[in-house]
Every structure is written in C-alpha cells, then in structure tokens.
Design a protein around this ligand. Structure first.
Ligand SMILES: [Zn+2]
Length: 143
C-alpha cells in the first residue's frame, strides 16, 4: 500500500459529502505502465498474464494511492488456480499525480510481490522502502 506522507500531501478535490459508490474498472493505462516497468527493471518473477490492474473510484481511504491484492493460497488450492495479483490504483489519488510519481507508485506496489509469486506479500519493513523505490526509479528512467 502506498500511503502519501503528510509532507507531500496534496489536497484532493474529492468531496466526501457527495454520495459516491465504490466501484472498480479495468485500467489498461496502468497495465501498460506497470508492464513497461516489469520489463525495464527485469522483474522476471512477475508473469504479466497473472497481474491485473484496476482503477477504483469512491474509496474512503483518502491517504492511499494504490494497493496490491492477491489470490491467497487457500483459494489457489480450492480453485486449482495459480497465484494472481491485482494492482488497484485509487482514481482520486493516483490520476492527478505527475508521471514520475505514478511510476514510483507502481514500483512500490510491485515490490510488495515476492520473488516466489506465491500469493503472499513482502512487507514495508526493510524491503518496500522509499530508498529502494527511488533507486529502482532511477534505473527505470535510465533504461
Ligand atoms: Zn506499500
């Protein structure tokens, strides 16, 4: 989950008093950018046919820009399916970001997906860090 720090928090135009129903839609623009990042950073552990990108509208999580979901192990077994991941961007937070920040947001979400691609997550702690995101973003920009 990519939570915007207070420091660079931008006032967003979403008015929580207006009734807005939560919904998801497929986000081909996000998929395209995410797959470009996967290719350029050589994230070969991320099979592109098993990552779906969605845009959500009307989330009440006003300080979240994006989050990653998975098909958990129990459902993989129950459904005889391999692992899948979905990257969700929150339209109200993500859409107005400059390109650099969109790229960093998606790099951040990709870092949550473990090498094993097994349905679990890597936590922020010492892996999904601002420093790592910035480093990878510089590599992405150079390639
Ligand atoms: Zn995160």
């Amino acid at each position: 989950m990519y939570v915007r720090s207070q420091r660079n928090r931008i006032l967003d135009p979403y008015n929580p008093l207006l009734p807005m129903h939560f919904r998801y839609e497929r986000a081909p623009d996000v998929s395209e950018l995410l797959f470009t990042i996967v290719d350029k950073l050589g994230f070969t552990h991320v099979p592109k046919n098993r990552v779906y990108c969605y845009r959500s509208y009307g989330s009440k999580a006003s300080n979240t820009i994006a989050r990653v979901h998975s098909l958990p192990k129990i459902w993989q077994q129950a459904l005889s399916e391999p692992a899948y991941y979905a990257v969700e961007v929150l339209a109200e937070q993500y859409d107005g970001l400059p390109t650099d920040e969109k790229e960093k947001t998606l790099i951040h979400e990709l870092l949550h997906i473990p090498r094993a691609f097994g349905g679990g997550f890597r936590h922020h702690r010492d892996w999904v860090t601002q420093r790592r995101v910035e480093e990878l973003h510089r590599t992405f920009r150079r390639s």
